[in-house]
Ligand binder design. Sequence first.
Ligand SMILES: [Fe+2]
Length: 301
Amino acid sequence: MEPTVAPLDATLGAVVTGLALGRMDEPTWKTVEAAFHRHAVLVFPGQHLSESEQIAFANRFGDLELLAPDPEQKAVAISNRKPDGSVMKADEHRFKSLRGNEGWHTDSSYMPLAAKASVLSAQAVPPAGGETEWADMRAAYDALDEATRRRIAGLSANHSLYHSQAKIGHVVETGAGYGFHTKGAPLRPLVKVHPVTARPALYIGRHAYGIPGLDPAESEQLLSDLLDAACRPPRTYAHRWQPGDVVIWDNRCVLHRARPYDYGEVRVMRHTRVAGDPATELAPTDRDERARAYEPSTSNR
Ligand SMILES: [Fe+2]
């Protein structure tokens, strides 16, 4: 049976039904891959994948980015529930990282090798809120006026998780978790040409700062103006999760954010991240003033 790909009422995203992600044959996979390149966000309701099935699904798109210290751990929980079952408190490091996810961003832009794609599956969802929302940076680029396109054509920005967390009042020590490293802040062009579709897209978000050639205030203003104009309908879609739903998105051309919820409720997502292609997602780094040291590296490990 051919899966059904139903585009969402936005410039990005489609709901894909009539398939089991855990056992796709080759024609079904080809349909999914083509839909991924076309729609950039794919929603698969009610899949209820096991952890190994989710890892295998993400692996179809490429090597996985390892987010935990243990190289055998390919999936991580994005969760406010602690191992003892209690809910995280507002002053905890991990909770502040979760709150950081509520700002528009693209995954791992602060690592030497940015991510290709991300997969989330819902394990436990709060009764209200807690959506994930995506914004189409291809359509956002298309919507720019000619003068803005000319202005940003040669510009790049550094990306740093220290920077984005500091902006929400979370000052983090080097080594405190994934992303808080000494490899430096990658310098990435504001316009990214997609390696498969060749469509230009804005490559911005909360981790971006410090455009070389602009003074810091001017840089901040430009990045926030671009972000503000980009993340609006019809370029956005927010998914209201049900347990068992799976979503994959293309970090090379969409931004995403988590939406707030009652943080006394439990929200548990399982996450797998597909590594970028070094030919197109690896960036040189500059010293990150917020890190303890600068030890340039092309490896995320
Ligand atoms: Fe994210």
